[in-house]
Design a protein around this ligand. Structure first.
Ligand code: PA5
Length: 432
């Protein structure tokens, strides 16, 4: 992973001032990386170093994964986005074109009746319960969407396969909740996550590792990438890229650019963008103790598609955003060439292979941003691999922690989300 910061349009002086502000917090994060007991919120940075979590996930995958064709994942927000981001990046997008999936992730987050109704048709394609694992993830165990979906799907599973379903069910969340007790009482496997690790920071805990291992993803590589990025991102000496990314976004905010666009130049990274969107929005969008409200609006754009939807606004409208381009240029080496005798041809495309076309579009977009003096960063991945995805996520988690410090907000809570959850439960109780 490479991070290019020459086009941020943030002056060295202000950047250094923000980095100096962050210096004491760097020591907190360095200590958290060593905190194997996860005794602080920041210790989610230590999870990729925790061999026990990986061993547990790999053991579950070995025990339950043998004949699996489908991993059904129920969870929402921080409880499923990390897993879905990795799966969509590695297999989901391209495999949509392929009929025969060796193993697939079917994820349910919001309560969407049409999709739920199709679950029976999905089950029809399975010979028996050994071909499916049912994973329910909820830290609190009280999220209405997750529990409602789990309820409905479990009923359908039970109706079809009876007592064989419980041993095929994994419930992940805080230990000691009502959900944890019920799961165990019904013969399901309950896997506890570290209590102080919040949903959006939990992808390297059992929350992400168990479903990813069940899907056959190399979680050792995911964590290996995360470890490298954490060490490089929060170095023992100097500032490191996590602090630089945070300082850049903070300075942009102070200058009226309260929008951060993640421009992912591979469609298979869209869910990764949504994972980051939650991380930034939920961690920083807060009311401070003095009553002021702060936050950065995260948006997700896909290259090159969204040059055709946003380009006019970006180049011709208000200068209101910082953009981070994310690309894995080494993937643009495909050799399928444009045939100059085809009825579909342009003189610029003559003899060009598809990789060259994408390289030119990516290079053209960056050049246009520079020409229009638009603040942008570039993160280049060495391919879209478990290792690089782990690295990207770990870097962003550390960066958001730094950003919380600059904004002087608690990056780890989400009181406003809790208030919506309480209201939804109140309405459900009233209408009951
Ligand atoms: O990051 C967070 O804390 C949230 O997005 C939660 O993950 C989400 O609300 C789901 O909560 P729970 O895991 O308790 O069901």
């Amino acid at each position: 992973m490479r991070i290019l910061t020459e086009d941020t349009r943030v002056g060295d002086g202000v950047l250094t001032a923000h980095l100096q502000t962050l210096a004491p917090y760097r020591n907190v994060l360095r200590a958290a990386i060593e905190d194997r007991a996860c005794a602080s919120h920041e210790a989610s940075l230590a999870l990729p170093f925790d061999e026990a979590g990986r061993a547990q996930a790999n053991e579950i995958a070995r025990a339950m994964g043998g004949q699996v064709r489908t991993v059904v994942l129920v969870g929402i927000g921080g409880s499923d986005l990390g897993t879905r981001a990795v799966i969509d990046a590695l297999v989901g997008y391209a495999d949509a074109l392929v009929q025969a999936h060796p193993r697939r992730l079917v994820a349910f987050d919001t309560v969407e009746p049409t999709r739920l109704a199709r679950f029976d048709a999905l089950l029809d394609t399975h010979a028996g319960p050994e071909q499916l694992v049912f994973v329910v993830v909820s830290k609190s165990g009280t999220t209405s969407e997750t529990i409602a979906i789990a309820n409905i799907l479990q009923h359908k599973l039970q109706a079809r396969w009876g007592d064989a379903v419980a041993p095929r069910t994994v419930v992940i969340g805080d230990g000691g909740t009502e959900l944890a007790r019920t799961a165990s009482a019904h013969g399901m496997r309950h896997v506890a996550m570290p209590h102080l690790v919040g949903g959006r920071f939990s992808v390297f805990s059992v929350v992400g590792l168990v479903p990813l291992a069940l899907m056959g993803v190399d979680i050792d590589a995911v964590c290996d990438g995360a470890r490298s990025a954490t060490h490089a991102g929060v170095p023992a000496e100097g500032y490191g890229p996590a602090a630089v990314l945070a300082a850049t976004l903070f300075e942009a905010y102070l200058n009226g650019r309260a929008l951060h666009e993640l421009f992912l130049f591979h469609p298979q990274l869209e869910t990764l963008g949504k994972w980051y969107r939650q991380l930034l929005a939920e961690s920083i969008g807060k009311e401070r103790e003095d009553g002021t409200r702060v936050g950065i609006m995260p948006t997700v754009a896909i290259g090159s598609t969204d040059l055709h939807s946003l380009g006019q606004l970006v180049f011709g409208g208000p200068n209101d955003r910082t953009t981070t381009f994310v690309a894995a240029p080494s993937l643009w080496n495909a050799t399928d060439s444009c045939d100059e005798h085809s009825p579909f041809t342009l003189s610029a495309l003559k003899g060009k292979h598809v990789g060259e076309v994408m390289q030119a579009i990516y290079g053209g977009a960056r050049a246009a941003y520079r020409k229009h003096q638009l603040s942008h960063l570039v993160i280049e991945l060495d391919g879209i691999t478990p290792r690089e995805l782990g690295a990207f996520m770990a870097l962003q988690m550390a960066s958001i922690m730094y950003l919380g410090k600059l904004f002087d907000v608690n990056a780890f809570d989400q009181p406003a989300v809790e208030s919506y959850k309480l209201e939804a439960r109140r309405l459900l109780t009233q209408t009951g």
